[in-house]
Design a protein around this ligand. Structure first.
Ligand code: MTE
Length: 289
């Protein structure tokens, strides 16, 4: 099931996107109608969020994330790389390299959305930093700034928020460093100015407002895994056959579908099995959840 952004993007937004990309000279012709999924509205995507740094309620990020200063911003790339250093967002995702990707997002809490992201493949960034042969994993960290992130003043999670991927997952062409959505720069509540998007994994893997990317030979421990290892694993691949200990993962509630929209079946690897199942060949996905 291939999704194309322009299939269903309202014209105003599409024109906006053209303006956003104009400097890049990267405006492609609109692909033919083929999508099975419709993107959620900008309203839904930016008002129903998980970003515990700004509170645990779904509308807290939209209310509180405006306080975060996102310029200037530096991302440290370190560990097992040839060229460690500090990168600006423009270095990481120059306009000329930004692509649009319409991806499903499936939260471990069993709700989902479809989001038209803008961003660059993480693989391109890592290749530019020069991954050394000993590197096996990539670790990510969110900004620690309790003055501006009021949720960090409480010990809801062990701050800063941390995530990790196996190197082959990080290098997979679907894995994106997103800097925008709906043709606009990323709103703060969605992880400005730069966040990870790994569409075949539960949403908590897609860490927001990244300040550090570390190449390492050790499997990183992610924040949710550390909080509750029996409920949140390192892999966190979307899997309708492996339930969360406290709820089923077989179905999901699509945000924006309305009160009578009903639930829909959750797809293996969130519908990306064709592209990613081979990464996990031979693994017991009930054990490595
Ligand atoms: N990143 C940080 N730093 N803090 C968070 O609380 N929540 C995660 C993920 N990234 C989170 C985070 C979860 S649980 C989900 S479902 C997605 O962000 C939600 O992304 P969205 O709000 O852009 O839809």
């Amino acid at each position: 099931m291939k999704l194309n952004w322009s299939d269903v993007t309202p014209e105003a937004v599409f024109l906006n996107r053209r303006a956003f990309l104009a400097g890049a000279g990267a405006v492609a012709a609109a692909p033919a109608l083929a999508a099975a999924d419709k993107p959620n509205s900008f309203e839904d995507i930016t008002n129903y969020n998980n970003f515990y740094e700004f509170g645990t309620g779904k509308t807290d990020p939209a209310k509180n994330a405006g306080a975060l200063t996102t310029t200037p911003w530096a991302v440290q790339i370190d560990g097992l790389v040839d060229r460690p250093g500090s990168w600006s967002v423009a270095d990481l995702a120059p306009d000329s390299a930004v692509q649009e990707r319409l991806y499903r997002l499936r939260c471990v809490e069993a709700w989902s959305m479809v989001i038209p992201w803008m961003g660059v493949p993480l693989a391109d960034v890592l290749s530019r930093a020069g991954v050394q042969p000993g590197a096996k994993f990539v670790a990510f960290e969110t900004l620690l700034r309790p003055e501006e992130m009021k949720g960090q003043r409480r010990a809801t999670l062990d701050w800063p928020y941390r995530e990790g991927l196996r190197l082959d997952e990080a290098m997979h062409p679907l894995t994106l460093l997103a800097t925008g959505l709906y043709g606009k720069p990323l709103p703060n509540q969605n992880g400005a100015p730069i966040r990870l998007v790994v569409p075949w994994k539960y949403g908590f893997k897609s860490i927001k407002s990244i300040v550090r990317i570390t190449l390492t030979d050790r499997q990183p421990v992610s924040t949710w895994q550390q909080m509750q290892p029996s409920e949140y694993g390192f892999y966190a691949n979307v899997n309708p056959t492996v339930d969360h200990p406290r709820w089923s993962q077989a179905t999901e509630r699509r945000i924006g579908a309305g009160l009578f929209g009903g639930r829909q079946e959750t797809l293996m690897f969130n519908g990306y099995a064709d592209q990613v199942a081979s990464l996990y060949a031979g693994m017991d996905l009930a054990r490595d959840y």
